[in-house]
Design a protein around this ligand. Structure first.
Ligand SMILES: [Zn+2]
Ligand SMILES: [Zn+2]
Length: 302
C-alpha cells in the first residue's frame, strides 16, 4: 500500500501490509463490526472479560484504542479461577493486571476462592462434572454479576471468526439447532442479564496473533491445562484446510450464517420463558439458577 516492506500477508484479502497499515486495517474492521451489528453506542461502558489469553487480551487493547474514537468507555473484568495446575491462574492474573494498569483502566478482579470459598478444580471434583462445564457455568454467572455491580452496559468477550466458524460447524454436525440460535453477534440485555457483544466476530485468529505481536501485547501464552475437548479441535483443523484452499471462505460462512440462517433459527427457537432465581434473581428456567444449585451441592457460602 505504501511501498514499505510488508510485515504480514492476508491471504483472504490478497493483501500485503506493513505494520502500520495492518494495525489500521485491523482496528477499522473491528470498528465496522461494532457498527454493523449495533454493538456499541456513544456513552456505553464496555466491560471486557479478560482471561489473560491472546484473544481476550487483544479485545481489551483494540477496544481501548477504539473507545476514544467511537466514544465509549472501557473497563476490565477478570476472574481468578484458582486453577493451580501448571500455575495457570497465577500467570493469567499477572498478565491481566499488568494490561489493565498499562492501559490505565478501571478494573475488577474477583477471586473465586476468596469470594465463594472454592476453586473450579474443587467444585468440579465435588460435583463430578467436567472442569470445562463447571468453569463455563461459573464464568458466565460471575462475569454477569461483576458487570452489573460495575455499571457495565455491555460485556465484551474475545470470541473471534474462527471460534464462530467452529461453533457453527460443530453444532450443525451434532444437530444442535436450538443452541445455534443463540450464536449472535450481540445478546440483548434482559432482566438480570447484561448485554453481551463479540467485537472480534469478523476477525480471523491469525490476525489477532499478528496484532498482539505488532503491539507487543504480553498475554498468558499457556493453554488451560484442562483444554478444549478434542472434537472442536478436529473441526478447527478441518476448517483450516478448507480456508487454505479457498481463502475467505470462513468469513463468508460466518457472515452468511448471521445474515441468513440466524433469523430463521431465531424465529423457530424463540427465547425460552425464564423467571428469576429464588436465591439470587438471575434468569433461570427452574426455581434455582445453575450457579445457585452448584453452590448448594458443594455447600459453598454466597
Ligand atoms: Zn504500509
Ligand atoms: Zn441463583
Amino acid at each position: 500500500m505504501c511501498g514499505k516492506e510488508a510485515a504480514v500477508r492476508l491471504r483472504y484479502a490478497n493483501l500485503w501490509l506493513c505494520r502500520e497499515h495492518f494495525l489500521e486495517f485491523f482496528e477499522r474492521r473491528v470498528e465496522r463490526t461494532l457498527r454493523r451489528y449495533g454493538m456499541v453506542r456513544e456513552g456505553d461502558r464496555i466491560g471486557v472479560a479478560v482471561s489473560g489469553g491472546k484473544d481476550s487480551m487483544v479485545a481489551l487493547y483494540v477496544l481501548s484504542r477504539l473507545g476514544e474514537r467511537v466514544g465509549f468507555e472501557v473497563c476490565g473484568l477478570h476472574i481468578d479461577l484458582g486453577i493451580s495446575a501448571e500455575n495457570y491462574s497465577r500467570v493469567c492474573l499477572q498478565r491481566v493486571v499488568e494490561a489493565f494498569r498499562e492501559l490505565g483502566l478501571v478494573y475488577r478482579v474477583l477471586s473465586l476462592k476468596k469470594e465463594y470459598g472454592f476453586t473450579v478444580e474443587e467444585a468440579a471434583k465435588r460435583v463430578r462434572r467436567p472442569q470445562c462445564a463447571v468453569c463455563g457455568l461459573v464464568r458466565r454467572y460471575v462475569l454477569n454479576k461483576m458487570a452489573l455491580e460495575m455499571g457495565v452496559t455491555k460485556l465484551a468477550t474475545g470470541h473471534h471468526l474462527n471460534d464462530f466458524a467452529v461453533f457453527i460447524v460443530n453444532n450443525v454436525v451434532h444437530a444442535n439447532y436450538a443452541y445455534l440460535a443463540r450464536l449472535k453477534p450481540m445478546l440483548l440485555a434482559r432482566a438480570g442479564l447484561v448485554a453481551r457483544i463479540r467485537p472480534l466476530l469478523e476477525t480471523p485468529e491469525h490476525d489477532i496473533a499478528a496484532y498482539a505481536r505488532f503491539l507487543g501485547i504480553r498475554y498468558a501464552d499457556i493453554r488451560c491445562p484442562y483444554g478444549a475437548e478434542e472434537p472442536t479441535k478436529v473441526v478447527g483443523r478441518f476448517l483450516e484446510i478448507v480456508e487454505k484452499r479457498s481463502p475467505g471462505i470462513t468469513m463468508m460462512m460466518v457472515r452468511g450464517f448471521i445474515a441468513r440462517c440466524l433469523p430463521i433459527l431465531e424465529s423457530r427457537f424463540g427465547e425460552e420463558e425464564v423467571r428469576a432465581c429464588k436465591e439470587c434473581g438471575y434468569p433461570t428456567t427452574g426455581d434455582l439458577c445453575a450457579f445457585c444449585r452448584l453452590l448448594r451441592r458443594i455447600g459453598a457460602r454466597r
